[in-house]
Each structure stands twice: as structure tokens, then as C-alpha cells.
Design a protein around this ligand. Sequence first.
Ligand SMILES: CC(C)(COP(=O)(O)OP(=O)(O)OC[C@H]1O[C@@H](n2cnc3c(N)ncnc32)[C@H](O)[C@@H]1OP(=O)(O)O)[C@@H](O)C(=O)NCCC(=O)NCCS
Length: 159
Amino acid sequence: MELSRERTEDWWEVEALYDLCFAPGREALSSYRLRDGIPPVAELCLVARDEAGIVAGAIRYWPVRVGHWPALLLGPVAVHPTHQGEGLGAFLIESTLDRAHGWDRVMLVGDAPYYSRFGFEKLEGVVMPPPTNPDRVLGRELTEGAWEGVAGDVTQWSD
Ligand SMILES: CC(C)(COP(=O)(O)OP(=O)(O)OC[C@H]1O[C@@H](n2cnc3c(N)ncnc32)[C@H](O)[C@@H]1OP(=O)(O)O)[C@@H](O)C(=O)NCCC(=O)NCCS
């Protein structure tokens, strides 16, 4: 498996992987409204290709605001069904969190039973645009205490 930063020309291959791995209509999810028109965090968007050069997994991140605090929004992350359960998802998540220098906190909307192994916990008082199940709004600190006292609406990134 070869891991590299996503390049412009990888975009549609990664989109195809996400279309395969997620339910139809994924772009209607509220998390996509936070991404519209905002460039992803390029250094944290990674693509894993197998020995044949086929995209096997990919992860992207966007910057967001929680109240006035900056945060990373992890996702989408997906692994091709033929490679699921091989640890690639964990590898993509851990490698990118290790590289997330300059960021204090990361959040996502996802399944706690999967993400808890990476230290993600339910965020209280952090409100995603509706409709989002609050139990799926999870966060992890990247610097000590970074989520303490942080709450509010999650909104698009602004400088
Ligand atoms: C979720 C996903 C990225 C995990 O990638 P992966 O490479 O298969 O994951 P890993 O090999 O690191 O981990 C596999 C383990 O996670 C578990 N797991 C996978 N998805 C899970 C989920 N939604 N909830 C709970 N556990 C989950 C597997 O059962 C397996 O458990 P085990 O270690 O006890 O055998 C991948 O399954 C995927 O692309 N799924 C479809 C898209 C998706 O749901 N993305 C996440 C959006 S929130």
C-alpha cells in the first residue's frame, strides 16, 4: 500500500471511492454544507493505493469553527470494500492525526464504536447543522485540554 498526499488529479478517483462506500445522497449530509466552497486541509488529505495503483482508501479534512474556535473536521474517510478490515482505515486516521501540527482539536460525525479506539468521544454542546444525531458528533483533543470549554454551533471556516 502506498500512501501519498491527494493531488488535484486524484479528486475524482477519491470521489468514486466515496460514492462506492457511502449511501447514495452522501452530499446531502449536513457535514457537506460545512465543506461547500472551502478548500480541504491539503496536507492532511491522503490517498492509499494498492500494488496495482488502484485507490484503496482515502481521507480528507476540512477546517471548521466551533463557536469561534478553530477545529479540524475529519472526513470523509473510506476504505474500498475489498480492503476493509485490514487496518487501512486505522492507518489513515492515525497517520493524519500524527501530522495535524498546528491544530488543537479534531471532530467528526461518525460511529462512536469505531472512532472510540482512536480516542474520540461524544462532544457535549457542539452543534452540527441539522439534521445530525448529536450522539454521532465526536471529538478528540490534539493538545491537552483543547475541548475544555469549547462549545457552540459548528460553522464554515472563516479567517
Ligand atoms: C469505516 C472504515 C473507514 C473502516 O476502515 P477499515 O480499513 O475497514 O478499518 P480497520 O481495518 O482499521 O478496522 C476494522 C475494524 O473496525 C470495525 N468497524 C468498521 N466500521 C465500523 C463501524 N461503523 N462501527 C463499529 N466498528 C466498525 C470492524 O468491524 C473491524 O473490527 P475488528 O478490528 O474488531 O475486526 C471502512 O469500513 C469504510 O470505508 N466504511 C464505509 C464508509 C464509512 O462508513 N466511513 C466512515 C464514515 S463515519
